[in-house]
Each structure stands twice: as structure tokens, then as C-alpha cells.
Design a binder for this molecule. Structure first.
Ligand SMILES: N[C@@H](CCC(=O)N[C@@H](CS)C(=O)NCC(=O)O)C(=O)O
Length: 191
């Protein structure tokens, strides 16, 4: 999102198990009460959490980017709909239990995998109608979905049976900002 918006934040690494900010060994819960990323800290002391709020805030710093429809535009609610769908039906339903740092029992993982399928079908239907989640242009919901699709792929789930979704996944992976964001993340994590 920052790459698309032309923003250059300072990234800080977090030990998500120990809940510490790595560079100064401070308590991560001071910036994120849930202990979850993302957490955005502004110079004026404002702290913001939750993917949907953080990404919409960042989008609104660059209104001409089109990353979020402007307030008053009905499409803004459509964006909120898709951010919520990706967050609850894909991220927390499948990605989170699959990659949970503390580990997840295998039957729970299998259940998460089964729950993913209807969500993928919803996305496939959407991409038969439009090139992006909200419509013609890339928004922060697509950025969020791009990240979840990468983790779905890494988990060994092949989305090929959902052909419109698979075509979208290929397209979005080739988007320069998506490619560069993963490269930045790999460099920060030393992968
Ligand atoms: N509801 C949160 C969920 C964020 C979330 O689950 N983040 C994971 C990483 S993908 C996390 O920080 N997990 C740490 C933990 O569960 O302790 C959001 O939408 O931002």
C-alpha cells in the first residue's frame, strides 16, 4: 500500500511471539494492544491498528492514487465490504490458523482449508465480473488480497480450479508494487 501511495514509512521488525519491538526491545503491546501486526505509529503519537483501518488511512494520505474511493462515494462501502471479507473469511479463517506461530492442530488446519473453498468461489465470481475487487482499479483491498493469495500459494493450495481468481492471482503477482513489497519483506526478514 505504501509503495502504491508513494509513502516511505520506517519499518520496524517485531518479535510476534515475544511481543517485543526488535530494534529497541520495547513492549509491542504499547503500540498494538492485541499484539498483532499491522501497527501504525504516527509522529503525533497516534497509534492505529487493524488491517482495514491502517490500509484505509494510508490510502487517504494519497487520494489521487485511487487506492480508496473518496468519502461520499458509494464505492467506499464496497471497499470496506471487501476488506472485511478478506480479513475475516480468508486471513483469519485460513491464513492465520495455517501459519500460527504457536502451531495449530492438524484437524483445525484441515477445517480451515475446507472453509477456504467457499471464500475462493466468492472471489472467483467477483473476478468474472470485474478486474479488481472494487471494480476497474486497484485498491487497498487488492493489496490485502495479494498478500493472502501469496500465503495461500505457499501453503500449497492451488487456485487453478477457480479460473478467474487464478488469472487475477497471476496478474496481481506481476504488479510492480506487489513484487517490490514481497522483496522488501524478504530483505527485512533476511530470507
Ligand atoms: N484483526 C487483525 C488481525 C491481524 C493478524 O492476525 N496479524 C497476525 C499476523 S498475520 C499477528 O500479528 N499475529 C500475532 C499473534 O497472533 O500473536 C487485523 O485485521 O489487522
Amino acid at each position: 500500500v505504501c509503495l502504491e501511495a508513494g509513502l516511505a514509512p520506517r519499518y520496524r521488525q517485531v518479535d510476534l511471539l515475544g511481543k517485543r519491538v526488535l530494534d529497541d526491545d520495547t513492549d509491542f503491546r504499547a503500540v498494538s494492544p492485541s499484539g498483532c501486526v499491522p501497527a501504525l505509529a504516527l509522529d503525533d503519537g497516534t497509534r492505529l491498528n487493524e488491517m482495514s483501518a491502517v490500509t484505509m488511512y494510508l490510502a487517504d494520505q494519497a487520494p489521487s492514487s485511487g487506492l480508496a474511493p473518496r468519502p461520499g462515494d458509494p464505492a467506499r462501502y464496497r471497499l470496506q465490504q471487501w476488506l472485511s471479507f478478506v480479513g475475516t473469511e480468508i486471513h483469519k479463517t485460513f491464513v492465520f490458523p495455517t501459519y500460527r506461530l504457536q502451531g495449530t492442530p492438524e484437524p483445525v488446519k484441515a477445517h480451515a482449508r475446507a472453509l477456504l473453498e467457499p471464500a475462493l468461489a466468492v472471489l472467483d465470481r467477483r473476478f468474472r465480473e470485474a478486474p479488481h475487487l472494487v471494480g476497474e482499479s486497484f485498491t487497498v483491498a487488492d493489496a490485502y488480497l495479494a498478500w493472502t493469495l501469496a500465503l495461500i500459494r505457499r501453503a500449497g493450495v492451488d487456485v487453478a480450479p477457480w479460473r478467474a481468481l487464478a488469472a487475477y492471482a497471476d496478474r496481481i503477482r506481476g504488479r510492480p508494487s506487489v513484487h517490490d513489497a514481497f522483496a522488501t519483506e524478504r530483505a527485512i526478514a533476511g530470507l
